[in-house]
Design a protein around this ligand. Structure first.
Ligand SMILES: [Fe+2]
Length: 317
């Protein structure tokens, strides 16, 4: 598939026309819903023809792809088949014909972590303007008219929605005072802040914890969600674990220390010491979220081909 040239690195192009990224970050980021018509070229990354190509040519398996109906996950065999590659029989690859039949029966299709397997999305996310986030994940939702892929819920990410095909009705509500994962759809029926139908090119941004729900309104609806996850202590910890592993502070625990509490205290003190020694660099590096550079220059002898810039003009290699 041909990747369109993306001249405005995200998320600038995912904002309504005329809204500058600096103004958005200063005024709306983390605070309020932004909604309008964009000029995002990313619409072409997954419009209906591009989706058809993905359905025809792919090596996608669960959980990069899954389908649901009536808000319950479909069994994998409803949209995946076995494939024979040389003499190897392999299970569970996305089967385009089955997926289309399931869509026709009212199921929704999710394509997840597009940046992991779709080069154009990988380049697109590599070109994101630096935001105070740990990572950005791109997911696509394909929903037949009149159906709802997911019930009313909230996410812990900043969400940028871009409609790429068909239309979809979105309702977004005021964040509850104390959002909790166990809250029901009924608990989340707070003040309705936005009720609108998105057409291709339309965008919505909403901050974490804003309950939302969407329903396909006309034709087959395709929308992209770019979920930006903030830098949070739990993510810091995840990034630190590999670095802490290299310290192997467990080797330095006093073998005669048998009391569990005393061992825990000594362990925590060694971890604190190790964290001081490690510093923030490995964590910041892990947050960069940039794909590791892969270069064949040393094999091809073409040392001018080491630029990390894709067609989007990304500079954070
Ligand atoms: Fe969501």
């Amino acid at each position: 598939m041909t990747a369109p040239a993306l001249h405005d690195p995200a998320p600038s192009d995912l904002l309504p026309r005329g809204l500058a990224l600096a103004d958005f970050l200063a005024g709306s980021w983390g605070k309020e819903i932004v909604h309008g018509r964009s000029d995002s070229k990313a619409v072409g990354l997954l419009d209906v023809p591009a989706l058809e190509e993905v359905l025809r040519y792919n090596v996608l398996r669960f959980p990069y792809v899954f389908m649901s109906k009536d808000r319950a996950r479909l069994p994998v065999e409803k949209y995946c088949s076995n494939r024979r590659v040389f003499s190897y029989q392999q299970e569970g690859y996305l089967d385009g014909e089955k997926a289309v039949a399931a869509l026709a029966g009212g199921a929704s299709l999710y394509l997840n972590h597009l940046e992991d397997w779709h080069p154009a999305f990988g380049r697109y996310l590599d070109s994101w303007h630096p935001l105070p986030v740990a990572k950005v994940v791109a997911n696509a939702f394909v929903t037949p008219a009149g159906t709802q892929a997911v019930g009313r819920h909230w996410d812990d990410s900043h969400n940028f929605i871009l409609q790429t095909a068909g239309s979809k009705r979105w309702r977004i509500y005021a964040p509850p005072a104390a959002p909790h994962p166990d809250m029901t759809a009924e608990d989340l029926k707070t003040e309705l802040l936005l009720d609108t139908v998105l057409e291709p090119g339309d965008v919505i941004y909403f901050p974490p914890a804003f309950p939302h729900e969407a329903e396909g309104s006309d034709g087959l609806s395709v929308h992209l969600t770019f979920a930006a996850y903030e830098i949070m202590p739990t993510l810091v910890l995840q990034s630190l674990v590999p670095a802490l592993d290299t310290v192997q502070s467990w080797k330095r625990l006093d073998p005669h220390l048998l009391d569990p509490r005393a061992r825990a205290e000594q362990s925590m003190s060694l971890i604190r010491e190790a964290m001081e020694a490690i510093g923030p660099d490995p964590v910041v590096e892990a947050w960069g979220g940039r794909r590791k550079q892969v270069s064949l220059a040393s094999l091809t002898g073409d040392f001018s081909a080491t630029s990390s810039q894709g067609p989007a003009g990304g500079t954070r290699g």
